[in-house]
Design a binder for this molecule. Structure first.
Ligand SMILES: [Zn+2]
Length: 412
């Protein structure tokens, strides 16, 4: 049935939903402000904004904020701001040495975080998915207990990922090929309709840095993470660069030392074989040294390496200097190609950054055409960047469609 204005009710519902999304996203990105300011900035009329904000409040996504006097004249305005404490996104990261789960609410505040040391290479994918399921059930239980609606989950994996099919195509350091992680988890969790996605870990970490890192919002940002593998994510103009097949960012496999050491991918001389965690630990410690034991907690092992460096232990210092130089060598290519404003170092590069930065920066100054254009910073998100990025991506569903959040009170 058509209305006199020619629009069908379904069109109006869609317009309303899009406008709810516009206002919600604006409040998240621009911060607390009055309804009048939101109207001016979004181009919606004031009455519409008032009605939209009321509904967002009723859905628990927005709350009344402080009273602010805008400018020197005029009436003080009541601000509104992002709330979203009742909405949760789950990010789960599978890495070589651990599995992490994190739940963020809509304002990216963590409500749950848990990491388990796990020797993933030694286990079949089925057993790893069992461990991920166990962590996810813990995360979901916390959400249920705190009356938080979990809107979805994103799995972060150091792999080439076929996102649309939920398939991990190739994860060299996990020894996974063609594992349907999304189906595996959906089957185990038994929550039909629950949104589960899988994505490359460094891509998610780059999105996490862009959304909530120490240089959040920097439109041209390169993220580089050192773990067993070395991965990267490139933000250009505020968008993640994915490439034709979604496989871009495999910077750990740049062939920087042809004929060098064998890489997990089967090739020789990849950058990862020079700056990955295994390379550092091989140079810094003997095979029986506990810092090379993957069953022990990674951050504790890195703390031991840092203590040794602090004490001036020569083998550790030499290893860190060599890795720092090799880090600068590869990063110089990224800076010359992408001209980022910021290069964020994550994973163990951040933990040991105090020792890696000086040799790295010297290399960048020598090799980059415009080295002063880029600031190199250490991630403050630590090993949680990928899981946080995953939770953030899961939350996007509510920012796209705020009506996914249930009405907590009747709409006025
Ligand atoms: Zn490789």
């Amino acid at each position: 049935m058509r209305r006199p204005d020619g629009r069908q009710p379904a069109d109006l519902a869609l317009v309303r939903r899009n406008n709810l999304a516009l206002v919600l996203r604006h409040l998240r990105d621009a911060g607390p402000r009055s309804r009048a300011t939101v109207a001016v900035e979004t181009g919606l009329n004031r009455g519409t904004v008032s009605s939209l904000v009321s509904e967002l409040i009723d859905r628990g996504l927005v709350r009344e904020g402080d009273v602010q006097r805008e400018g020197s004249v005029g009436r003080p305005g009541q601000t509104v701001e992002l709330d979203g404490r009742t909405i949760g996104g789950i990010g789960v990261e599978i890495n070589v040495d651990y599995v992490t789960a994190i739940v963020l609410d809509l304002s990216n505040t963590p409500v749950f975080e848990h990491r388990v040391a796990l020797d993933v290479q030694a286990l079949p994918p089925e057993a790893v998915l069992d461990a991920v399921t166990e962590l996810s059930i813990m995360a979901l239980a916390v959400c249920d207990k705190r009356d938080i609606m979990a809107v979805g989950m994103t799995l972060a994996i150091p792999a080439l990922v076929e996102r649309e099919d939920g398939v991990v195509a190739f994860a060299p350091n996990l020894h996974w090929t063609q594992v349907n992680a999304v189906d595996g988890l959906r089957h185990r969790l038994g929550r039909p309709g629950f949104a589960i996605r899988v994505e490359n870990d460094a891509n998610l970490a780059a999105l996490g840095e862009f959304a909530m890192g120490c240089r959040a919002g920097t439109a041209h940002l390169v993220y580089l993470t050192g773990e067993t593998g070395v991965g990267g994510g490139v933000m250009v103009d505020g968008q993640l660069l994915r490439g034709a097949e979604g496989f871009s960012g495999e910077i750990g496999h740049m062939p920087l030392n042809p004929g060098g050491d064998l890489c997990g991918c089967g090739r020789r001389g990849c950058w990862e074989t020079m700056v990955g965690l295994a390379a550092l630990l091989r140079m810094a410690a003997t095979p029986d040294d506990p810092v090379r034991d993957p069953s022990l907690d990674l951050e504790q092992r890195l703390a031991v390496v840092r203590d040794r460096a602090d004490e001036g232990e020569p083998r550790t210092l030499d290893a860190l200097k060599l890795v720092g130089e090799a880090l600068g060598l590869g990063a110089s290519i990224l800076l010359n190609v992408f001209n980022p404003r910021v290069l964020v170092l994550g994973g163990y590069f951040a933990s040991l950054g105090g020792y890696l930065l000086a040799p790295m920066l010297a290399e960048l100054r020598a090799r980059v055409m415009a080295p002063e254009a880029c600031e190199v910073v250490l991630s403050t998100l630590g090993f949680t960047a990928a899981a946080r990025g995953g939770a953030h991506v899961a939350l996007e569903a509510v920012l796209d469609d705020p009506t996914l959040a249930p009405l907590r009170h009747p709409t006025r």
